[in-house]
Design a protein around this ligand. Structure first.
Ligand code: HEC
Length: 403
Protein backbone atom coordinates (compact mmCIF):
# COMPACT_ATOMS: atom_id res chain seq x y z
CA UNK A 1 0.00 0.00 0.00
CA UNK A 2 2.67 2.43 0.99
CA UNK A 3 4.59 1.83 -2.24
CA UNK A 4 1.56 2.74 -4.32
CA UNK A 5 0.96 5.92 -2.36
CA UNK A 6 4.54 6.96 -2.86
CA UNK A 7 4.40 6.59 -6.62
CA UNK A 8 1.21 8.63 -6.78
CA UNK A 9 2.83 11.34 -4.73
CA UNK A 10 5.94 11.77 -6.83
CA UNK A 11 4.63 11.52 -10.37
CA UNK A 12 2.41 14.38 -11.39
CA UNK A 13 -0.40 12.41 -12.93
CA UNK A 14 -3.10 14.73 -14.19
CA UNK A 15 -6.78 13.96 -14.10
CA UNK A 16 -6.62 13.06 -17.79
CA UNK A 17 -3.87 10.57 -17.07
CA UNK A 18 -1.02 12.56 -18.60
CA UNK A 19 2.29 12.01 -16.83
CA UNK A 20 4.44 15.08 -16.55
CA UNK A 21 8.13 14.87 -17.31
CA UNK A 22 11.07 17.19 -17.39
CA UNK A 23 13.32 16.14 -20.26
CA UNK A 24 12.83 18.01 -23.53
CA UNK A 25 14.48 17.06 -26.81
CA UNK A 26 15.25 19.90 -29.18
CA UNK A 27 14.48 19.00 -32.80
CA UNK A 28 16.88 20.08 -35.54
CA UNK A 29 15.35 22.30 -38.20
CA UNK A 30 16.76 24.08 -41.24
CA UNK A 31 16.25 27.61 -39.98
CA UNK A 32 14.49 29.48 -37.19
CA UNK A 33 14.21 32.69 -39.18
CA UNK A 34 10.66 33.97 -38.89
CA UNK A 35 9.63 31.17 -36.53
CA UNK A 36 6.65 31.98 -34.29
CA UNK A 37 3.84 30.18 -32.55
CA UNK A 38 1.40 29.11 -35.22
CA UNK A 39 3.93 28.71 -38.07
CA UNK A 40 4.17 25.28 -39.74
CA UNK A 41 7.45 24.34 -38.01
CA UNK A 42 5.45 23.92 -34.80
CA UNK A 43 4.40 20.50 -36.14
CA UNK A 44 7.99 19.25 -35.79
CA UNK A 45 8.10 19.89 -32.07
CA UNK A 46 8.33 16.95 -29.65
CA UNK A 47 6.18 18.13 -26.76
CA UNK A 48 6.87 17.20 -23.16
CA UNK A 49 4.13 17.90 -20.62
CA UNK A 50 5.75 19.77 -17.73
CA UNK A 51 3.91 20.48 -14.48
CA UNK A 52 4.06 24.00 -13.09
CA UNK A 53 3.06 24.68 -9.49
CA UNK A 54 1.90 27.76 -7.61
CA UNK A 55 4.88 29.46 -6.05
CA UNK A 56 4.27 29.65 -2.35
CA UNK A 57 7.74 30.65 -1.16
CA UNK A 58 7.18 34.35 -0.77
CA UNK A 59 3.68 35.60 -0.11
CA UNK A 60 2.48 38.71 -1.88
CA UNK A 61 1.12 41.58 0.21
CA UNK A 62 -2.29 41.43 -1.44
CA UNK A 63 -5.20 39.84 0.43
CA UNK A 64 -7.40 39.48 -2.64
CA UNK A 65 -4.68 37.68 -4.58
CA UNK A 66 -3.80 35.43 -1.64
CA UNK A 67 -7.47 34.56 -1.21
CA UNK A 68 -7.73 33.63 -4.90
CA UNK A 69 -4.71 31.40 -4.50
CA UNK A 70 -5.90 29.33 -1.61
CA UNK A 71 -6.02 25.81 -2.94
CA UNK A 72 -4.54 26.86 -6.30
CA UNK A 73 -3.71 23.86 -8.45
CA UNK A 74 -0.79 23.09 -10.70
CA UNK A 75 -1.09 23.25 -14.48
CA UNK A 76 0.45 21.38 -17.36
CA UNK A 77 2.52 23.40 -19.79
CA UNK A 78 3.66 21.55 -22.89
CA UNK A 79 7.27 22.38 -23.65
CA UNK A 80 9.26 21.78 -26.81
CA UNK A 81 12.44 23.05 -28.42
CA UNK A 82 13.79 23.60 -31.92
CA UNK A 83 17.30 24.47 -33.04
CA UNK A 84 18.94 25.35 -36.33
CA UNK A 85 22.42 25.07 -34.85
CA UNK A 86 22.79 28.81 -34.34
CA UNK A 87 19.75 29.50 -32.20
CA UNK A 88 17.51 27.60 -29.82
CA UNK A 89 13.76 28.15 -29.59
CA UNK A 90 11.94 27.14 -26.43
CA UNK A 91 8.23 26.82 -27.20
CA UNK A 92 5.43 26.58 -24.64
CA UNK A 93 1.69 26.06 -24.85
CA UNK A 94 -0.63 26.09 -21.89
CA UNK A 95 -4.33 26.30 -21.07
CA UNK A 96 -5.75 29.64 -19.99
CA UNK A 97 -9.49 30.26 -20.24
CA UNK A 98 -9.22 34.03 -20.61
CA UNK A 99 -6.92 36.23 -22.58
CA UNK A 100 -5.83 38.90 -20.12
CA UNK A 101 -3.98 41.77 -21.70
CA UNK A 102 -2.33 44.58 -19.86
CA UNK A 103 -3.84 47.92 -20.73
CA UNK A 104 -1.36 50.55 -19.57
CA UNK A 105 -3.74 52.85 -17.73
CA UNK A 106 -5.69 50.35 -15.63
CA UNK A 107 -3.41 49.46 -12.77
CA UNK A 108 -5.64 46.76 -11.28
CA UNK A 109 -5.46 44.60 -14.39
CA UNK A 110 -2.71 42.06 -14.74
CA UNK A 111 -1.49 40.46 -17.89
CA UNK A 112 -0.98 36.82 -18.79
CA UNK A 113 2.65 36.11 -19.43
CA UNK A 114 5.46 33.62 -19.31
CA UNK A 115 9.15 33.40 -18.60
CA UNK A 116 11.87 31.01 -19.65
CA UNK A 117 14.91 30.82 -17.45
CA UNK A 118 18.26 29.29 -18.42
CA UNK A 119 20.84 28.36 -15.79
CA UNK A 120 23.98 30.04 -17.10
CA UNK A 121 25.71 26.70 -16.79
CA UNK A 122 24.72 23.11 -16.05
CA UNK A 123 28.26 22.09 -15.23
CA UNK A 124 27.42 21.29 -11.61
CA UNK A 125 23.89 19.87 -11.72
CA UNK A 126 23.89 19.23 -7.97
CA UNK A 127 24.30 22.95 -7.54
CA UNK A 128 21.81 24.41 -9.97
CA UNK A 129 20.71 27.97 -9.19
CA UNK A 130 17.87 28.75 -6.84
CA UNK A 131 14.86 28.01 -9.00
CA UNK A 132 12.95 31.28 -9.10
CA UNK A 133 15.68 33.81 -9.59
CA UNK A 134 19.14 32.34 -9.45
CA UNK A 135 21.29 32.77 -6.37
CA UNK A 136 24.67 34.11 -5.31
CA UNK A 137 27.29 32.72 -7.65
CA UNK A 138 24.69 30.69 -9.57
CA UNK A 139 23.34 33.06 -12.21
CA UNK A 140 20.45 32.60 -14.60
CA UNK A 141 19.30 34.37 -17.74
CA UNK A 142 15.56 35.09 -17.72
CA UNK A 143 13.42 35.97 -20.74
CA UNK A 144 10.07 37.46 -19.89
CA UNK A 145 7.11 38.17 -22.09
CA UNK A 146 3.81 39.68 -21.05
CA UNK A 147 0.60 39.92 -23.02
CA UNK A 148 0.27 43.62 -23.55
CA UNK A 149 -2.07 45.46 -25.77
CA UNK A 150 0.08 47.46 -28.12
CA UNK A 151 2.30 49.23 -25.66
CA UNK A 152 3.37 52.73 -26.28
CA UNK A 153 6.28 54.06 -24.25
CA UNK A 154 6.49 57.68 -25.34
CA UNK A 155 9.48 58.58 -23.19
CA UNK A 156 11.44 55.59 -24.42
CA UNK A 157 11.00 56.98 -27.92
CA UNK A 158 11.66 60.52 -26.76
CA UNK A 159 8.12 61.49 -27.72
CA UNK A 160 6.83 64.06 -25.27
CA UNK A 161 3.68 65.08 -27.15
CA UNK A 162 1.99 61.72 -26.55
CA UNK A 163 3.18 60.82 -23.10
CA UNK A 164 -0.14 61.48 -21.37
CA UNK A 165 -2.67 58.69 -21.20
CA UNK A 166 -6.00 59.21 -22.97
CA UNK A 167 -7.80 59.98 -19.71
CA UNK A 168 -5.58 62.92 -18.96
CA UNK A 169 -5.43 64.64 -22.30
CA UNK A 170 -7.02 68.02 -22.91
CA UNK A 171 -8.71 66.41 -25.95
CA UNK A 172 -12.25 65.15 -26.23
CA UNK A 173 -14.67 64.16 -28.94
CA UNK A 174 -13.10 63.95 -32.38
CA UNK A 175 -9.82 65.39 -31.16
CA UNK A 176 -9.52 62.62 -28.57
CA UNK A 177 -10.24 59.96 -31.21
CA UNK A 178 -7.52 61.42 -33.39
CA UNK A 179 -5.10 61.52 -30.47
CA UNK A 180 -5.86 57.88 -29.61
CA UNK A 181 -5.35 56.84 -33.19
CA UNK A 182 -1.96 58.48 -33.30
CA UNK A 183 -0.95 56.75 -30.08
CA UNK A 184 -2.17 53.41 -31.43
CA UNK A 185 -0.14 53.85 -34.60
CA UNK A 186 2.98 54.55 -32.65
CA UNK A 187 2.29 51.83 -30.12
CA UNK A 188 4.33 49.01 -31.48
CA UNK A 189 6.45 48.13 -28.49
CA UNK A 190 6.04 44.59 -27.25
CA UNK A 191 6.60 43.85 -23.62
CA UNK A 192 9.61 41.59 -23.65
CA UNK A 193 12.60 41.74 -21.39
CA UNK A 194 15.80 39.84 -20.70
CA UNK A 195 17.39 39.75 -17.27
CA UNK A 196 20.38 38.29 -15.58
CA UNK A 197 19.86 37.39 -11.98
CA UNK A 198 21.82 35.99 -9.06
CA UNK A 199 19.04 36.30 -6.51
CA UNK A 200 15.91 38.37 -6.11
CA UNK A 201 17.27 41.84 -5.57
CA UNK A 202 20.03 41.35 -8.11
CA UNK A 203 17.68 40.94 -11.05
CA UNK A 204 19.09 43.25 -13.68
CA UNK A 205 17.62 43.99 -17.04
CA UNK A 206 20.03 43.55 -19.93
CA UNK A 207 19.66 46.82 -21.77
CA UNK A 208 22.93 47.22 -23.60
CA UNK A 209 21.80 45.11 -26.52
CA UNK A 210 24.25 42.32 -25.63
CA UNK A 211 21.45 39.78 -25.25
CA UNK A 212 20.12 38.84 -28.63
CA UNK A 213 16.69 37.23 -28.32
CA UNK A 214 13.14 37.48 -29.51
CA UNK A 215 9.84 36.38 -28.02
CA UNK A 216 6.35 35.77 -29.23
CA UNK A 217 3.00 35.15 -27.58
CA UNK A 218 -0.14 34.00 -29.32
CA UNK A 219 -3.65 33.20 -28.01
CA UNK A 220 -5.96 30.66 -29.62
CA UNK A 221 -9.51 29.65 -28.66
CA UNK A 222 -8.71 25.94 -29.16
CA UNK A 223 -9.32 23.50 -26.27
CA UNK A 224 -11.10 26.10 -24.17
CA UNK A 225 -8.44 28.75 -24.74
CA UNK A 226 -4.69 28.44 -24.71
CA UNK A 227 -1.51 30.44 -25.05
CA UNK A 228 1.51 29.68 -27.13
CA UNK A 229 4.81 31.34 -26.28
CA UNK A 230 8.28 31.29 -27.79
CA UNK A 231 11.71 32.46 -26.72
CA UNK A 232 14.51 32.32 -29.26
CA UNK A 233 18.12 32.99 -28.27
CA UNK A 234 21.59 31.99 -29.46
CA UNK A 235 22.61 28.39 -28.71
CA UNK A 236 25.45 29.94 -26.75
CA UNK A 237 26.22 33.46 -25.55
CA UNK A 238 27.74 35.19 -22.55
CA UNK A 239 24.58 34.61 -20.51
CA UNK A 240 24.01 30.86 -20.95
CA UNK A 241 25.67 27.95 -22.69
CA UNK A 242 24.90 24.22 -22.88
CA UNK A 243 26.97 21.69 -20.93
CA UNK A 244 27.52 18.49 -22.93
CA UNK A 245 24.75 19.60 -25.25
CA UNK A 246 22.16 20.25 -22.55
CA UNK A 247 20.70 23.21 -20.72
CA UNK A 248 18.95 23.44 -17.39
CA UNK A 249 15.80 25.46 -18.11
CA UNK A 250 12.81 26.39 -15.97
CA UNK A 251 9.55 27.99 -17.02
CA UNK A 252 6.91 30.12 -15.35
CA UNK A 253 3.44 31.28 -16.39
CA UNK A 254 1.27 34.08 -15.03
CA UNK A 255 -2.52 34.18 -15.20
CA UNK A 256 -3.68 37.81 -15.12
CA UNK A 257 -7.22 36.76 -14.23
CA UNK A 258 -5.93 35.31 -10.96
CA UNK A 259 -4.13 38.60 -10.25
CA UNK A 260 -0.82 36.89 -10.78
CA UNK A 261 2.27 39.07 -11.12
CA UNK A 262 5.82 39.16 -9.83
CA UNK A 263 6.48 36.20 -7.54
CA UNK A 264 2.85 35.07 -7.69
CA UNK A 265 2.97 32.62 -10.59
CA UNK A 266 3.21 28.99 -11.51
CA UNK A 267 6.72 27.66 -11.78
CA UNK A 268 8.26 24.39 -12.99
CA UNK A 269 11.23 22.56 -11.58
CA UNK A 270 14.46 22.33 -13.60
CA UNK A 271 14.01 20.78 -17.03
CA UNK A 272 16.86 19.25 -19.04
CA UNK A 273 16.70 20.54 -22.63
CA UNK A 274 18.81 18.36 -24.93
CA UNK A 275 20.28 19.63 -28.16
CA UNK A 276 20.47 16.94 -30.88
CA UNK A 277 23.17 14.51 -29.69
CA UNK A 278 23.29 16.17 -26.25
CA UNK A 279 24.23 13.88 -23.41
CA UNK A 280 24.54 15.26 -19.91
CA UNK A 281 23.57 12.21 -17.93
CA UNK A 282 24.32 13.89 -14.63
CA UNK A 283 21.93 16.77 -15.35
CA UNK A 284 19.19 14.36 -16.40
CA UNK A 285 19.75 12.27 -13.29
CA UNK A 286 19.57 15.30 -10.99
CA UNK A 287 16.43 16.83 -12.52
CA UNK A 288 14.55 13.54 -12.42
CA UNK A 289 15.79 12.12 -9.10
CA UNK A 290 12.92 10.85 -6.99
CA UNK A 291 13.73 9.81 -3.45
CA UNK A 292 11.76 6.83 -2.23
CA UNK A 293 11.92 7.37 1.51
CA UNK A 294 9.49 6.61 4.29
CA UNK A 295 6.91 9.39 3.93
CA UNK A 296 5.35 8.83 7.35
CA UNK A 297 8.71 9.23 9.05
CA UNK A 298 9.52 12.22 6.84
CA UNK A 299 6.32 13.89 7.98
CA UNK A 300 7.15 13.15 11.60
CA UNK A 301 10.65 14.59 11.17
CA UNK A 302 9.15 17.67 9.57
CA UNK A 303 6.74 18.18 12.42
CA UNK A 304 9.53 17.86 14.99
CA UNK A 305 12.27 19.87 13.28
CA UNK A 306 10.79 22.18 10.69
CA UNK A 307 7.11 23.00 11.33
CA UNK A 308 7.91 25.72 13.88
CA UNK A 309 9.19 27.87 11.00
CA UNK A 310 7.85 26.43 7.73
CA UNK A 311 4.41 25.71 6.34
CA UNK A 312 3.81 22.45 4.51
CA UNK A 313 0.53 20.99 3.27
CA UNK A 314 0.06 19.27 6.63
CA UNK A 315 1.37 21.88 9.06
CA UNK A 316 0.47 25.55 9.02
CA UNK A 317 1.18 26.60 12.58
CA UNK A 318 4.28 28.70 11.99
CA UNK A 319 3.78 32.47 11.79
CA UNK A 320 2.99 33.38 8.18
CA UNK A 321 6.25 34.96 7.07
CA UNK A 322 8.65 33.17 9.37
CA UNK A 323 10.28 31.17 6.56
CA UNK A 324 9.60 30.27 2.92
CA UNK A 325 6.36 28.33 2.41
CA UNK A 326 7.12 24.74 1.39
CA UNK A 327 3.63 23.76 0.22
CA UNK A 328 4.82 23.37 -3.39
CA UNK A 329 8.54 22.87 -2.96
CA UNK A 330 8.30 19.29 -4.29
CA UNK A 331 7.15 20.59 -7.66
CA UNK A 332 10.03 23.02 -7.99
CA UNK A 333 13.20 21.91 -6.20
CA UNK A 334 15.49 19.02 -7.07
CA UNK A 335 16.21 16.37 -4.43
CA UNK A 336 19.83 17.59 -4.45
CA UNK A 337 18.70 21.12 -3.59
CA UNK A 338 16.45 19.86 -0.79
CA UNK A 339 19.29 17.85 0.74
CA UNK A 340 21.59 20.82 0.51
CA UNK A 341 18.94 23.10 2.10
CA UNK A 342 18.68 20.81 5.11
CA UNK A 343 22.40 20.14 5.59
CA UNK A 344 23.78 23.54 4.70
CA UNK A 345 21.20 26.37 4.69
CA UNK A 346 23.92 28.89 3.85
CA UNK A 347 24.72 27.28 0.50
CA UNK A 348 21.70 29.05 -0.99
CA UNK A 349 20.05 31.72 1.14
CA UNK A 350 16.59 32.34 -0.24
CA UNK A 351 16.91 36.04 -0.79
CA UNK A 352 13.41 37.20 -1.49
CA UNK A 353 10.98 38.25 1.11
CA UNK A 354 8.71 41.18 0.97
CA UNK A 355 9.66 43.57 3.76
CA UNK A 356 6.34 45.35 3.53
CA UNK A 357 4.47 42.11 4.00
CA UNK A 358 6.52 40.65 6.78
CA UNK A 359 8.94 43.03 8.39
CA UNK A 360 9.25 41.07 11.62
CA UNK A 361 11.17 38.08 10.41
CA UNK A 362 14.51 38.24 8.80
CA UNK A 363 15.44 35.17 6.81
CA UNK A 364 19.12 35.94 7.06
CA UNK A 365 21.68 38.13 8.74
CA UNK A 366 24.14 40.31 6.88
CA UNK A 367 27.68 40.84 8.17
CA UNK A 368 29.96 43.85 7.57
CA UNK A 369 31.21 42.29 4.36
CA UNK A 370 27.69 41.88 3.02
CA UNK A 371 27.68 38.07 3.37
CA UNK A 372 24.33 36.59 4.23
CA UNK A 373 23.87 33.91 6.84
CA UNK A 374 20.60 32.01 6.97
CA UNK A 375 18.59 32.10 10.19
CA UNK A 376 17.79 28.43 9.55
CA UNK A 377 20.05 26.14 11.59
CA UNK A 378 21.82 23.31 9.72
CA UNK A 379 20.33 19.88 10.40
CA UNK A 380 23.53 18.01 9.58
CA UNK A 381 23.26 16.06 12.84
CA UNK A 382 20.18 14.14 11.67
CA UNK A 383 20.94 10.57 10.55
CA UNK A 384 21.07 9.84 6.85
CA UNK A 385 17.79 7.93 6.79
CA UNK A 386 15.86 10.77 8.45
CA UNK A 387 17.28 13.20 5.93
CA UNK A 388 16.27 11.04 2.97
CA UNK A 389 12.80 10.57 4.50
CA UNK A 390 12.54 14.33 4.90
CA UNK A 391 13.55 14.84 1.27
CA UNK A 392 10.93 12.30 0.18
CA UNK A 393 8.34 14.16 2.25
CA UNK A 394 9.35 17.52 0.77
CA UNK A 395 9.14 16.05 -2.74
CA UNK A 396 5.54 15.07 -2.01
CA UNK A 397 4.69 18.70 -1.21
CA UNK A 398 2.91 19.98 -4.26
CA UNK A 399 -0.55 20.93 -5.39
CA UNK A 400 -2.75 18.66 -7.42
CA UNK A 401 -2.41 19.29 -11.16
CA UNK A 402 -5.41 20.45 -13.22
CA UNK A 403 -6.21 18.31 -16.20
C1 HEC B 1 14.39 28.62 12.77
C2 HEC B 1 13.49 28.53 11.64
C3 HEC B 1 13.71 27.38 10.66
C4 HEC B 1 13.72 26.03 10.91
C5 HEC B 1 13.54 25.31 12.26
C6 HEC B 1 13.88 25.38 9.62
N1 HEC B 1 13.99 26.31 8.65
FE1 HEC B 1 14.18 25.96 6.65
N2 HEC B 1 14.41 27.92 6.29
C7 HEC B 1 14.28 28.92 7.23
C8 HEC B 1 14.53 30.20 6.62
C9 HEC B 1 14.49 31.55 7.31
C10 HEC B 1 14.81 29.94 5.25
C11 HEC B 1 15.16 30.98 4.17
C12 HEC B 1 16.63 31.30 4.17
C13 HEC B 1 17.44 30.17 3.59
O1 HEC B 1 17.34 29.91 2.40
O2 HEC B 1 18.18 29.52 4.34
C14 HEC B 1 14.71 28.49 5.09
C15 HEC B 1 14.87 27.81 3.88
C16 HEC B 1 14.56 26.49 3.67
C17 HEC B 1 14.47 25.84 2.38
C18 HEC B 1 14.65 26.49 1.04
C19 HEC B 1 13.29 26.97 0.57
C20 HEC B 1 13.21 27.45 -0.86
O3 HEC B 1 12.18 28.04 -1.21
O4 HEC B 1 14.12 27.23 -1.64
C21 HEC B 1 14.16 24.54 2.61
C22 HEC B 1 13.93 23.45 1.57
C23 HEC B 1 14.05 24.37 4.04
N3 HEC B 1 14.29 25.57 4.66
C24 HEC B 1 13.75 23.18 4.66
C25 HEC B 1 13.74 23.01 6.03
C26 HEC B 1 13.58 21.72 6.67
C27 HEC B 1 13.36 20.41 5.94
C28 HEC B 1 13.65 21.95 8.01
C29 HEC B 1 13.61 20.93 9.10
C30 HEC B 1 14.59 19.89 9.02
C31 HEC B 1 13.82 23.38 8.20
N4 HEC B 1 13.87 23.98 6.98
C32 HEC B 1 13.89 24.00 9.45
C33 HEC B 1 13.97 28.76 8.57
C34 HEC B 1 13.89 27.55 9.23
Amino acid sequence: MRAILQVAAVLSVTASGMVAGNIVEAVKVESLDGFKCGTPLVKKIKWTPVAVYPQSTVKLNDKRALELHKGAKGKIVEVGALTDGKEIAIVLRWPDKSQDLYKGYKSDLYADGFAVQFASSAQEPEKLPYIGMGSDGRPVAIYLRKAYERVYEPNGGGDVAHQVNPHNTPYFGGALEKFKEEVAQKGTTTYQRAFVSEGFRSMTEIRDGSASYRTDMHYVEKRGGMWGGTVIRPVEDGYAAPTQGEYAVAIAVWDGKELERDGLKRLSGWIAVKLPGGKNGELERVVSEVVSGDLANGKKQFETNCASCHWSRDFQNAPLYMAPGLENIGGQATAAYLRESILDPNAVVVPGYNRNAHPNFSWYMVDEKGNRTSTMPPFNYLDKKSIEDLVAYLQSQKAEVEK
